[in-house]
Design a protein around this ligand. Structure first.
Ligand code: SAM
Length: 264
């Protein structure tokens, strides 16, 4: 997908040029997203961070990773701790802090929640633009002066090179999968920013392989996030499901987690 790199300040020129070279995208220099044509999206390196921005006069808001503030930070502080469904799904509780491979990391929202609750995350993301957005968000998380955010950052490792988890699936105590589900085009609830993300990533069409490999490489369990009413991934019924308002966590247990479990 054509997604040129632009920047908002001459001081960012070198970093933007390097990023464009790494992603094999053109670097258009110091321009505003609204003035870029014919690309639909640009990657804008700004003082705030790296942002996927729509071009044109009626552009929607940017897609970017912000763990330091906003909804991610709010959920970290007031989101309900280990009582949250995602924590229960991966088996995280007092005395059990597994190492989780998030093999479809996306923008890292779920990984950040789990790391905030004490799990150690290894993340893999195959789309190079999404990988760059996540890497940028993690760098800003690590640069935050607050000790609690630095501790969360220390538990989050993004594997380099944007590997595809259907080819390379590292071993882990728990493997978490959240592949793309077709966007509900007609639903007003699908925010424009999410539609942009769908546009960028497309469909993930090799989900049976993903699940097979995860089941082979996980020690204790595989957890799959699905929209609440969606069929099970690749038609494989889980042993257990936890359903919330909009999502569901399907759990494929392999072995009982022992008390005191921490990353090996
Ligand atoms: C729905 S998003 C994940 C959202 C993520 N859970 C979050 O909280 O931000 C799915 C992501 O998985 C990535 N993905 C899908 N299949 C993959 C694979 N085989 N290897 C690596 N990444 C994959 C896609 O590129 C996309 O970014």
């Amino acid at each position: 997908m054509l997604c040129p790199v632009i920047y908002s300040n001459p001081a960012l020129a070198e970093a933007a040029t390097n990023l464009a070279a790494r992603l094999a995208q053109p670097c258009l220099g110091l321009v505003a997203a609204r003035d870029v044509a014919p690309a639909t999206y640009v990657l804008a390196l700004t003082e705030a961070g790296l942002q996927l921005q729509q071009t044109g006069a009626k552009a929607h808001g940017p897609v970017w990773v912000d763990f330091n503030a906003g909804s991610a930070d709010h959920r970290r502080q007031y989101g309900g701790g280990r009582g949250q469904m995602i924590a229960k799904a991966v088996g995280l509780k007092t005395g059990i802090r597994p190492q989780v491979l998030d093999a479809t990391a996306g923008l890292g929202g779920d990984a950040f929640v789990l790391a905030s609750l004490g799990a150690s995350l290894v993340m893999q993301e195959r789309n190079p633009i999404v990988h760059a957005l996540l890497g940028d968000g993690l760098a800003r998380l690590g640069a935050d002066a607050r000790a609690e955010l630095q501790a969360v950052h220390a538990r989050m490792q993004l594997l380099p090179h944007g590997a595809d988890s259907t080819r390379t699936m590292p071993r882990a105590q728990v493997i978490y999968l959240d592949p793309m589900f077709p966007a509900r085009e007609k639903s007003a609830a699908v925010k424009k920013e999410m539609a942009a993300f769908h546009n960028l990533v497309g469909e993930d069409d090799d989900q049976a392989t993903l699940l097979d490999l995860a089941l082979a490489q996980a020690e204790y369990r595989v957890v799959v996030k699905r929209p609440r009413k969606a069929p099970a991934l690749a038609g494989r019924e889980p042993t257990l499901s936890l359903a919330g308002k909009s999502s569901r966590f399907d759990i494929y247990p392999l072995k009982k987690m022992p008390e005191g479990l921490v990353p090996a």
